[in-house]
Design a protein around this ligand. Structure first.
Ligand code: EPZ
Length: 413
């Protein structure tokens, strides 16, 4: 990409990757056809549907609507190679147990941003009476004696909350989740399960109740818009002194991101399900950013905000409290001329006037998006290698940015 072009224009935001993935898993609970409308065409969605097909489900795309049929769901043994393909496959454990009462899975493994343990998932499922034996890294799960009960999460894990919600949806009785995660994507999962005939209440708060039902039926459902993809596009306008109008957003989900960009001097306004950002010529540093579970600042937007702060006037302090290694792109940003000092969970960014283009390499999804943002404002050409990481969560990001005035192209090297 060639930096220096202003981002300007209007774009419609896709459905949220982190809502669609658990909802795809939950579709296994339905005794009938599930259609997800306006599903994002991203690698993680294709990986997840690939796994569902291995378990006996059928999937078919019609435009950007994705239909799933799980009438032939029979296999509870998760193929190891597929299970390790994407971490979100762990979300399948709850629905498989909820539907088939048996499951054999391996540990999904860590990634660049952290070890990504699943102890809270397993502890939650054991609290529902699932017997889990770990034999050489293979988890044999026996849910034949599963029963509704109380689950307490030591940490409000998004995935563990979603897994237990799904495992409990067909369990006779009421399961209560204490210290549950409160992300908007969890509220969306509740809405989806209830549209299938489930009885879940309290999502969005730390206390969720799941009243089990006998059967869940098929449904057509439109997942919520992607607040992280939206925030990334707001950052693209901010970092290029541009102006952007996002259609199909939920402003309430963007409050923390809008607040930080507002601190930097951006003018932000809302019009129904649209959000408009006008950036100043030069951004001011935000003083401090701390990632926290929702409703705190989302960790998935931290790398992007760090990139934006590199050219802001002043010093920005960033504290990453959710993942242990989420400054993976700092080395590349430094090569581009950024002044960033990392110590443990803290990064201190002294803003510079200008970054210069370089060949850099993405190491994870949001770190890759951050490098694209840096390339948009850098002087000269930037090449971001390993674009497949970015494709995990953004559908053809280069096309979206070009339509907004950037000079970006996908090249095969
Ligand atoms: C979800 O991951 C999202 N992924 C992540 O988005 C997001 O960063 C994260 O929630 C936090 O918001 C999807 O929804 C598909 P967690 P998840 O369980 O469920 C620790 C992106 O870029 N933990 O809330 O894995 C864990 O190590 C991705 O779109 C345990 O210790 O997040 C981490 O430090 C990245 N034991 C913290 O909790 C467990 O059993 C938060 O993890 C589970 C988690």
């Amino acid at each position: 990409m060639l930096g220096g072009e202003r981002i300007e224009g209007s774009v419609r935001v896709d459905a949220a990757k982190n809502a669609v993935l658990p909802i795809l898993a939950a579709s296994m609970l339905a005794d009938g056809e599930v259609t997800l409308r306006r599903c994002p065409d991203i690698r993680d969605v294709h990986a997840m549907t690939g796994i569902l097909e291995k378990l006996g489900c059928e999937s078919a795309w019609q435009g950007d609507d994705l239909t799933l049929k799980n009438t032939r769901l029979h296999n509870w043994e998760m193929p190891d190679d597929l299970f390790k393909q994407i971490r979100s496959s762990i979300f399948l454990l709850g629905p498989i147990l909820g539907r088939l009462r048996r499951a054999t899975v391996t540990y999904p493994g860590g990634c660049e941003i952290g070890l990504r343990p699943i102890d809270l998932h397993l502890k939650g499922l054991r609290a529902l009476g699932v017997r889990i034996v770990d034999a050489d890294g293979i988890l044999y799960c026996d849910g034949r004696d599963m029963r509704a009960g109380d689950v307490y999460f030591d940490y409000p894990s998004v995935g563990a909350t979603e897994n237990v919600m799904m495992a409990a949806a067909l369990l006779d009785g009421v399961t209560t989740l204490h210290n549950a995660a409160r992300e908007p994507e969890i509220e969306d999962l509740e809405r989806f399960i209830n549209r299938m005939g489930g009885k879940v209440r309290g999502a969005g708060t730390q206390l969720i109740e799941v009243e089990g039902v006998k059967r869940l039926h098929g449904v057509a459902y439109t997942p919520i818009p992607d607040r992280i993809a939206a925030g990334t596009l707001l950052c693209a306008a901010a970092v290029t002194g541009g102006e952007i109008r996002l259609e199909n957003v939920r402003p309430v989900d963007l409050v923390p991101i809008g607040a930080k960009l507002g601190e930097m001097g951006c003018r932000i306004s809302e019009e129904g399900d649209a959000m408009i950002l006008e950036a100043p010529k030069r951004l001011n540093a935000f003083t401090r950013l701390q990632t926290q579970p929702h409703p705190g600042f989302p960790t998935d937007m931290q790398p992007q905000m760090l990139a934006v702060s590199c050219i802001a006037k002043g010093t920005s302090v960033i504290e990453e409290n959710v993942f242990e290694n989420r400054f993976t792109q700092v080395g590349s940003l430094t090569q581009m001329g950024a002044n960033v000092r990392v110590s443990g969970r803290m990064a201190v960014v002294q803003g510079v006037e200008q970054l210069h283009g370089m060949r850099v390499a993405a190491r994870d999804l949001r770190g890759g998006a951050a490098l694209v943002l840096a390339g948009l404002c850098a002087h000269g050409e930037t090449v971001v290698e390993n674009a497949e990481f970015i494709d995990r969560g953004y559908a053809r990001l280069e096309d979206t940015l070009c339509a907004l005035g950037a000079k970006v192209e996908r090249v095969t090297i």
